[in-house]
Write a protein that binds this ligand. Structure first.
Ligand code: SAM
Length: 233
């Protein structure tokens, strides 16, 4: 897999290496899916399973409106489309990855956006499902991204995320994640705060990252309101 970079004290895969041209180690956008499978990335499989387990079954699955935040090349659609999910927005800041997602013809929109900034172009309570898989690691906890996910998710909707444990500790994600749960914005269905779900492997077949574990977080949005400045009412 491509180059690495150090982000605030943690060595991570350099996502800027995922361009059409590839980097010095040959990491290219078109190879991304094959590499993820090869290194044992299970985020999308687990998210699809969790969606089926926890979704509101009184609603037609085809009406699910899904935001795939940090969709990369759109890899997750291969897991959600067969379940009957039809309506999705893919969002990512890497243009070449997003191009790949757009070419799948599945996402009704692909939006280039940095998740460190608010989703101000999305109305409150828009989505039934928000996924953010393999991405939080790259975002700053103080960005308010979690509150934004809560804001754009409908009451009863699901937010499904993965989070590398080493980054979770070093980059101070513990407090903002706990706060969403303890403030009552969300009910934790899987995760480290109340349910204390056992972490799973991040890239268990990767030579460098094989020992790193990841939190698998599933939240159900409650009807607790959020003020426009991000504070909980
Ligand atoms: C490891 S990939 C995960 C892609 C996909 N979700 C998956 O499950 O394979 C991380 C993705 O996060 C995106 N990303 C990283 N930082 C971001 C940011 N600040 N805003 C939006 N997307 C970001 C990268 O461009 C990349 O596509």
């Amino acid at each position: 897999m491509g180059s690495t970079e150090e982000i605030r004290g943690v060595v991570m895969i350099d996502l800027n290496s995922y361009t059409k041209g590839g980097d010095k180690d040959g990491a290219k956008t078109e190879d991304y899916q094959t590499q993820m499978e090869k290194f044992g990335w299970r985020g999308p499989h687990m998210a699809a399973e969790a969606f089926m387990k926890f979704r509101d079954t009184s609603k037609d699955i085809g009406s699910t409106y899904w935001l795939n935040a940090g969709c990369g090349d759109g890899i997750e659609s291969a897991h959600f489309k067969p379940l009957g999910v039809k309506k999705a927005v893919g969002l990512d800041y890497t243009a070449d990855m997003l191009d790949m997602a757009a070419k799948l013809g599945f996402y009704e929109k692909t939006i280039q956006h940095d998740l460190n900034s608010p989703l101000s172009f999305v109305a409150d309570s828009t989505f039934d499902l928000v996924t953010c898989l393999g991405v939080l690691t790259y975002i700053k906890p103080e960005s308010g991204v979690l509150t934004e996910f809560c804001r754009v998710t409908k009451p009863g909707g699901l937010i499904i995320m993965t989070h590398r444990i080493d980054v979770y500790d070093v980059h101070n994600w513990k407090a903002p994640i706990a706060e969403c749960v303890t403030s009552g914005l969300v009910e934790e269905l899987s995760g480290p705060v109340v349910v204390k779900t056992a972490p799973t492997g991040y890239l268990p077949l990767h030579p460098q990252y094989k020992d790193i574990l990841s939190h698998f977080i599933v939240w159900r949005r409650t009807d607790k309101a959020i003020k426009t400045n991000g504070e909980v009412n």
